[in-house]
Ligand binder design. Structure first.
Ligand code: SF4
Length: 324
């Protein structure tokens, strides 16, 4: 993996303002996304994953507000760009495959027109034949025949529609792709195929990719590193193999022990309790009411996400440093 940094996020904070209350949906999140890598982000619903993606794209809407931090792409802070500069940056340098994106295709407009609209929004001066050629190339890249251009979304299967959405996301060959639950509405076999298409496209473009999801199997198949979010914070960031073989944060350990294993028949251990409301977070470490090894001091201070090894970070005061 190339160690050049494609996107550097520092101390990002995003809050929902409800009345006079501040709900911290993304709380002091920092991470590096390396060129060409796939970073998986997992966490329960409401842990802040989608809010993080929308904030990086500057597509969040009130009552969500960016309260602080920076996101550096090509030497510029995305969060400080003027609105027009950000519009130019979206899709050309940083693109999003949003959650449920295949349902966002307009059912009464042919695929070629939807793709042409997206191209024309960013590339002025292209002739009709240049646009048609580009649409054919993009469909080919995601494994679809050119004839799909003449079809309406309702004539396509779920997997084909999702491939069209991938093609739309790579129209301008961005260096960073954010895929938010890119396969969630598909059946298991199609999920694997669509994920493979996405991985192939990312490799061809040598783009870096953030994959947001719940499915640990898909993460194991696709991601190079995994970040775990809990109650708006990142609590572990690890290379994928280290994470699955030797998870460190107590929440990560419970996530792994709740996965079925074909080699070892055992009772699946669920994670006790539920994620706390962001409106009423527990004091100190937000995981302490569910943590099997919590001690008194866990209720006092929020543990920082610290390096326990050069390539692993964990937010738990009870996890010891490891030799690099
Ligand atoms: Fe558990 Fe305490 Fe570590 Fe939080 S800081 S994960 S409560 S041991």
């Amino acid at each position: 993996m190339n160690q050049d940094i494609a996107l550097q996020v520092n101390n990002l904070r995003v809050s929902y303002m409800t009345g006079n209350r501040e709900v911290k949906a993304v709380d002091d999140v920092s991470f590096s996304l390396y060129a060409g890598e796939r970073l998986g982000i997992v966490g329960e619903s409401g842990s802040g994953k989608t809010t993080l993606a929308l904030a990086l794209m500057r597509l969040h809407k009130p009552p969500a507000y960016i309260m602080g931090g920076e996101a550096i792409l090509n030497g510029r802070d995305l969060l400080a760009l003027e609105r027009e500069e950000m519009r130019q940056t979206r899709w050309s340098k940083l693109s999003l495959i949003p959650q449920g994106s295949m349902n966002s295709l307009n059912p009464v407009v042919k695929i070629k027109h939807q793709m042409a609209d997206a191209i024309e929004a960013h590339e002025s001066g292209w002739t009709r034949s240049q646009i048609g050629k580009r649409i054919g190339e993009l469909l080919g890249r995601v494994g679809l025949p050119e004839s799909v251009a003449e079809m309406y979304p309702h004539e396509l299967s779920g997997g084909m529609k999702q491939r069209v959405c991938i093609a739309l996301a790579i129209i301008l060959e961005p260096s960073v792709i954010i895929a938010d639950e890119p396969t969630s509405a598909l059946d298991v076999v199609v999920q694997r195929v669509v994920m493979q298409t996405l991985n192939d496209v990312q490799e061809e473009l040598n783009a870096a990719m953030i994959i947001i999801g719940h499915d640990m199997g898909l993460m194991a198949q696709s991601a190079d590193r995994l970040a775990v979010m809990y109650a708006g914070k990142m609590v572990e960031v690890s290379p994928i193999k280290s994470f699955f073989h030797d998870p460190q944060h107590p929440y990560s350990k419970l996530l792994i022990s709740s996965l079925p294993s074909p080699e070892e028949k055992r009772d699946l251990a669920g994670i006790p309790g539920s994620q706390p409301s962001l409106l009423e977070l527990p004091s100190g470490c937000a995981f302490h009411p569910r943590c099997p090894i919590a001690i008194e001091q866990c209720q006092q201070a929020i543990p920082p996400l610290r390096h326990i090894r050069s390539d692993r970070r964990v937010a738990c005061d009870l996890v010891e440093d490891q030799a690099s």
